[in-house]
Design a protein around this ligand. Structure first.
Ligand SMILES: [Mg+2]
Length: 222
């Protein structure tokens, strides 16, 4: 018993054992890909959002939409991050676009179920505002189709050029201007993202009611 305790302690302190194994990937990436906690936060976020959406959508008479960011909100790009960390490379636009063209992103937990439930609501419209470049709309749509979450009615507002910020595209959705002229103005019931700029800077929009954040510890403008 005593010997067993000493052995356990030695193990904890790393004494008399082989060199501790280094995790092959960063803690942030492991948290996203391995932990039950990451999955729980995502499921919790989408479940809470669904309750809000279903309550207001039934009463909505004007055109309404759900606005979603794509990467790390709907699409899980941990495969790209694994590639970077394996190679010891930093993010680059070039390697990112190579990844986008592969159409191999997977799903953020809860996103698919949420999207399919929203689609079943009357007059539902899903608008994707992503900083993927507009030239990559086709592979992005193919990736969503492969995951079973693409809809014929969806609108993709991807980035035309660097100056085409999300704020510009959010305004187009709300006012029915620019790329949204043919679709008209939409009331946005809920905004989703993994970065602060995914939601309009409007004090009337409340967390957990009108806007929902997904966790992304791997990259961001912190
Ligand atoms: Mg994102």
């Amino acid at each position: 018993m005593k010997a067993a305790l000493i052995f356990a302690f030695a193990g904890l302190l790393g004494m008399g054992c082989a060199t501790p194994q280094r995790a092959p990937f960063s803690t942030a990436l492991n948290w996203v890909t391995q932990s039950r906690e990451y999955k729980a936060v995502c499921l919790q976020t989408y479940a809470n959002a669904w309750e809000k959406v279903v309550a207001v959508a039934q009463k909505e008479s004007s055109p309404w939409a759900i606005v979603m960011d794509l990467d790390e909100t709907v699409l899980d790009n941990s495969g790209y991050q694994r590639h970077l960390e394996t190679k010891g490379e930093a993010y680059s636009q070039e390697s990112w676009e190579e990844w986008v063209l592969k159409t191999e992103a997977t799903l953020v937990p809860g996103a698919k179920e949420f999207i399919s439930k929203v689609r079943a609501l009357p007059r539902a419209r899903i608008i994707f505002i992503s900083n993927r470049y507009a030239r990559n709309t086709k592979p992005t749509r193919v990736n969503l189709q492969k995951l079973g979450i693409a809809g014929d009615n969806d609108i993709y507002l991807l980035r035309k050029e660097k100056a085409d910020t999300k704020t510009i595209r959010q305004k187009e959705v709300l006012e029915g201007t620019g790329r949204m002229v043919k679709h008209g103005a939409h009331r946005v019931l809920v905004w989703f993202g993994d970065a602060a700029h995914d939601m309009p800077d409007d004090p009337k929009l409340k967390w957990g009611t009108h806007k929902f954040m997904l966790p992304n510890p791997v990259y961001g403008n912190w």
